[in-house]
Design a protein around this ligand. Structure first.
Ligand code: FE
Length: 338
């Protein structure tokens, strides 16, 4: 970002929130934009008197923006989705370590690091066409590499964080050589070159263009909760499998965030992270995108998620997902998973 733009943001934020001893603010850079967010943020302001100045954007753009703003960044908190992006922010040195008794006791150890924390979880599930594929043939991520499924597997891009994180988990669980074998088998089974998002994969499976695909649970839940008759009809033709239930469990990813190194309002930022782990905030945070709360004791009533049934989740530390990102990309490049 060029300097004038930087100055403009700094000025704009100062102008919106003039320096005044009583007024506390928090500048939040967020890749979230859900219906429940208004309540999520206004409750924090009500409880603490701290006003939230929100800047929303696409995940990667916000990350770049914080990076470019550097020491002049007005951002206190960065919220985003996927361990891959959170890990990237960590690697770029954008976060500052946080010590919080609340976060330590509320967020399970595998869902936090020293400087970023998960506040909700989602799983990556297998979607299959009930007419063309048998459920017993697609019980594991590795099954998608079986020659039996030749010409039936659809996927979004291999360089997308969701697929990189899944491949990272396969590397961590099964080793690099086996992970590469699986990735290669998946490429051999492509029904078409990777394209679109998770929702596109589900729809392609539903109409029979593909036999099987992978999707994050919230996209499945969104379609299951859809009020559009055509989407309800589509969902009748797809089956959903919780993968790896006799092994490592379904791959889990997260959304979360951390306090930024140059945060001008560190105290407010720490309060905000603690707040996100509270019962009330957890409900808003998770339900806004049909996800599960990171705090175990908090339950949400989400009929679409409940309809997917209980499952065994992979409890791999989010740190490990981060650790194998680069290897995952190398493997995808090597096997042509574009
Ligand atoms: Fe998504």
């Amino acid at each position: 970002m060029k300097l004038p733009a930087l100055l403009f943001i700094a000025t704009a934020i100062t102008a919106a929130y003039p320096l005044c001893a009583e007024e506390q603010v928090l500048n939040l850079y967020s890749a979230r934009h859900y219906q429940t967010d208004e309540a999520l943020y206004s409750n924090f302001t009500q409880q603490t008197g701290i006003k939230i100045n929100r800047i929303e954007g696409k995940e990667d753009e916000l990350l770049e923006r914080i990076r470019n703003e550097g020491a002049n960044s007005p951002a206190d908190i960065f919220l985003t989705v996927d361990a891959a992006r959170l890990a990237k922010a960590h690697e770029l040195g954008l976060f500052t370590p946080v010590v919080s008794k609340t976060l330590e006791s509320r967020i399970p150890a595998h869902l936090r690091t020293d400087d970023w924390f998960s506040f909700s979880t989602r799983a990556r599930v297998i979607i299959y066409n009930k007419r063309t594929v048998k459920a017993e043939d697609v019980q594991n991520y590795a099954d998608l590499a079986d020659p039996k499924l030749k010409g039936k597997y659809c996927s979004r891009s291999g360089s997308h964080p969701y697929n990189l994180s899944l491949m990272a988990s396969i590397i961590a669980n099964e080793g690099e050589a086996r992970a590469e074998q699986i990735a290669r088998g998946m490429v051999d089974n492509f029904a078409r070159p990777p394209k679109g998002g998770d929702t596109d994969q589900i729809k392609s499976v539903a109409v029979g263009e593909c036999g099987v695909a992978i999707s994050n649970t919230y996209y499945v839940a969104r379609l299951l909760r859809s009020t559009k008759p055509e989407e309800q009809k589509l969902m009748q033709t797809v089956g959903i499998v919780w993968p790896n239930q006799n092994g490592s469990g379904a791959h889990i990813n997260v959304s979360g965030g951390g306090v930024l190194k140059f945060a001008p309002h560190k105290d407010a930022a720490l309060k905000f992270l603690d707040y996100l782990a509270s019962d009330q905030a957890q409900r808003y945070f998770a339900d806004g995108n049909n996800e599960w709360p990171a705090v175990d004791s908090v339950k949400v009533a989400n009929p679409a998620l409940d309809a997917l049934g209980k499952f065994k989740a992979d409890k791999m530390p989010v740190k490990n997902l981060a650790m194998y990102q680069t290897k995952a990309q190398i493997i995808f490049d090597r096997v042509g998973y574009k």
